[in-house]
Design a binder for this molecule. Structure first.
Ligand code: 3PG
Length: 213
């Protein structure tokens, strides 16, 4: 029995040109950071499960920033998926794909953007019913040329390239018909978070709207 996600992966991808990949080390940063992104028109927020504080950050954003839709990134196991859902995540992003993670996200009611970097991984994710995928690590694994090559055999798959994507190279990805949005950490620079420079985060978010397809 699966819980139905309130957002589909496609809706998560279509909301803005960029899904910010967020690393937080301090729960106190979570709410102002989320508000800064929302003020810049970005509401789908991927908080990576890479720090001990990540789940508490997701909880705080889910509780205090209703305009945001918080998701968990770096979801690698069934336990990650369950913990992410319990903390209030509405979607999940994984760096790779296993059927176990796919099923765990379905069971938890989380839309999943599974990470893929090869044709076999795309086929495994498709076999399990996933057709909106994260291409990771995008620049290192072949960049826009790889997505062009995949558009033939995988004509029914849409991608969110992430990894090495910047404001400068994003247009080349977004111009491709099989790319819906990109992901990137550049909207939330570590030094801006450490300094509490939320105006910079809002400015970086606002700058992404010129990328809209
Ligand atoms: C990640 O999971 O680290 C993302 O791919 C972010 O990559 P970036 O820092 O190159 O944007």
């Amino acid at each position: 029995m699966s819980n139905l996600p309130t957002f589909s992966a496609l809706q998560v991808m279509q909301d803005a040109p960029v899904i910010p990949v967020i690393v937080l080390n301090d729960v106190a940063h979570a709410v102002p950071m989320a508000r800064a992104l929302v003020a810049g028109g970005i509401r789908m927020l991927e908080v990576t499960l890479r720090t001990p504080q990540a789940l508490a950050c997701i909880e705080a954003i889910a509780r205090e920033v209703p305009e945001a839709v918080v998701g968990a990134g770096t979801v690698r196991t069934k336990a990650d998926a369950q913990a992410a859902a319990n903390a209030g995540s509405r979607f999940a992003v994984s760096p790779g794909y296993t059927s176990a993670v796919g099923q765990a996200c379905r069971d938890a009611g989380l839309a999943l953007l599974p990470g893929v970097a090869s044709g076999s991984e795309i086929m495994m994710a498709q076999e399990d019913g996933f057709t909106e995928l994260k291409f990771f690590p995008a620049m290192q694994a072949g960049g826009p040329a790889m997505l062009k090559a995949w558009s033939g055999p995988f004509f029914d798959v849409r991608f969110c390239p992430t990894g090495g994507v910047t404001l400068q190279n994003a247009p080349e990805f977004l111009a491709l018909p099989n790319v819906v949005c990109v992901g990137g950490s550049w909207l939330v620079p570590a030094e801006a978070v450490a300094a509490g420079d939320w105006a910079r985060v809002t400015a970086l978010a606002l700058a992404t709207h010129a990328l809209r397809k």
